[in-house]
Ligand binder design. Structure first.
Ligand code: GTP
Ligand code: MG
Ligand code: ZN
Length: 459
């Protein structure tokens, strides 16, 4: 963190941004107690930055998560706790029975549904409460499933079990222990194949089209997938608190790396003295990204957001605790489907209210939002390309450096440092870029060392 004064306007508007947020202090997700670096008032963003629309090279060719994973196999990760449990429909809860009776009734109901499905052939993918088209089922998903497989979408993951929406309705599915030993663990948003003999199990996770990934906070070199198969990442930030540019840049890199489109959602516009100016400042760092100012409380801007969704489309929300993600979900859903809680009055920090990632179907064929717990750790993993795109202005200057492999440090005739010295670029943006680049590079080196050690072990 630093506490530099806001930068002054540059005569030659270039993307500039204010105080550096140490890239070495990534944010983590969903613990009840943790600090929320990047939200300190000293990180407040200068509102005097220039417009950058013309100077930021637009991001066009997305190297999607899916493509990346053609060359890098996913870390085998188990669903936490792979205990098998019988299928339970959800949220079916017949009243007036004992707990035990209710459970056996529920089991019978779901087993019968599955029996009907197998006797009468595969249940239709469309029509009825489990209409999978509403949940985004399309030819791409159909094409990646095995012939005759039963397909469903993971709505929530809980201690190794998942709520999965299938053509036959919502089911509770365990993970196949054999599968879990060696293959991809399901995450919210995944399309999966389910089997149902005595219990419903997830047999296979279909290839992901997009995914939000980060370095696993518990396992330094492992990748953790937060959510999958969304069309848009909604980066959520509340205008009731400072907007630290380092946090935005980190989330932008992650979102770029996911392969999906990006929208920045500036919530709590009713709390901002000048929401339009804040949006301009964010655009200066975000470049070619949709920036919306919203107020869930006063229904401002929500129609703009709805217009980006629509039938079968999914928006995954990413943002700090207390930024208003769940409030937004409720406003879009038109009902209290997600728990929310007031931020701390002293520093506007959230209370980590949401604890699970959950896919919420919006009414009126309005698509889906994927609510997530507030993030604190956002360690980047294998995100070199996304980093270059988010800092495309630096890449552009870099083309004029004397050395093609210039690191933009002490090299002579470095066009990037010249740009900072000449006031065309905020030096703090360069500092943040260099810190993120080091983080990604160090992680890559560790990954290589690990792969070499593993190869030696196999010999
Ligand atoms: N004034 C105002 N307050 C809002 C708005 N949106 C959310 N809030 C408030 O912000 C607080 C936090 O909102 P949540 O929706 O719980 O935040 P969250 O991002 O889901 O937080 P976590 O679940 O902890 O990650 C609540 O008190 C909301 O009422 C808004 O548009 N205007
Ligand atoms: Mg929440
Ligand atoms: Zn250089």
């Amino acid at each position: 963190m630093d506490s530099e004064a806001p930068s002054t306007s540059s005569p030659n508007p270039r993307p500039t941004a204010a105080p550096a947020v140490p890239a070495s202090a990534p944010m983590s997700e969903g613990t009840a107690s943790g600090e929320d670096p990047g939200c300190s008032p000293v990180d407040s963003w200068s509102l005097t930055t220039g417009s950058s629309a013309a100077s930021v090279r637009l991001f066009r060719s997305s190297r999607s998560y899916a493509l990346r994973h053609q060359r890098r196999s996913e870390s085998p990760r188990n669903c936490r706790g792979t205990s098998r449990r019988r299928a339970e429909p959800w949220p079916e809860r017949p009243s007036g029975r004992s707990e035990q009776e209710r459970e056996s009734h529920a089991r019978r109901a779901i087993v019968n549904r599955w029996r009907q499905g197998s006797e009468a052939g595969e249940a239709p993918m469309t029509g009825g409460s489990g209409d999978l088209r509403l949940w985004g089922f399309d030819d791409r998903v159909a094409g990646s499933a095995e012939d005759g497989a039963r397909v469903g979408r993971v709505v929530q993951v809980d201690r190794g079990e998942c709520d999965v929406v299938t053509a036959a309705g919502m089911v509770r599915a365990g993970s196949d222990s054999v599968r879990a030993q060696a293959e991809t663990a399901p995450v919210t948003g995944d399309w999966v194949q389910v089997t149902s003999r005595h219990e419903v199990l997830i047999g296979r996770v279909l290839p992901r089209l997009t995914a939000l990934t980060r370095r696993d906070p518990a396992e330094r070199d492992a990748e953790q997938v937060l959510a999958a198969n969304f069309d848009i990442v909604g980066i959520v930030a509340g205008l009731d608190r400072p907007l630290p540019p380092g946090r935005f840049e980190r989330m932008l890199v992650m979102a770029r790396d996911s392969g999906a489109a990006i929208a920045i959602l500036l919530t709590k516009a009713d709390r901002a003295p000048d929401a339009a100016a804040a949006a301009e400042t964010v655009r200066a760092v975000a470049g070619d990204v949709d920036v919306l100012t919203l107020s869930a409380r006063y229904d401002l801007g929500l129609d703009h957001l709805r217009s980006r969704l629509g039938p079968g489309r999914t928006m995954a929300l990413l943002g700090a605790s207390g930024s208003g993600k769940s409030t937004l979900v409720n406003a879009l859903a038109g009902a209290e489907v997600a728990e929310t809680a007031a931020v701390r009055a002293s520093d506007r920090r959230g209370r980590h209210t949401t604890v699970a990632r959950r896919l919420v179907l919006l009414p009126g064929d309005g698509g889906m939002v994927l609510d997530t717990p507030g993030v604190r750790a956002l360690g980047l993993i294998d995100a070199q390309d996304a980093l270059s795109r988010v800092f495309s202005d630096i890449e552009e200057y870099g083309r004029s450096c004397r050395f093609a492999d210039c690191a933009h440090g002490a090299e002579p005739d470095c066009a990037v440092t010249a740009a900072t010295e000449g006031g065309e670029m905020d030096p703090r943006r360069l500092q943040r870029f260099l810190a993120l680049r080091d983080e990604v590079e160090q992680q890559r080196v560790r990954e290589e060392q690990r792969a070499r050690a593993a190869a030696r072990g196999r010999r």
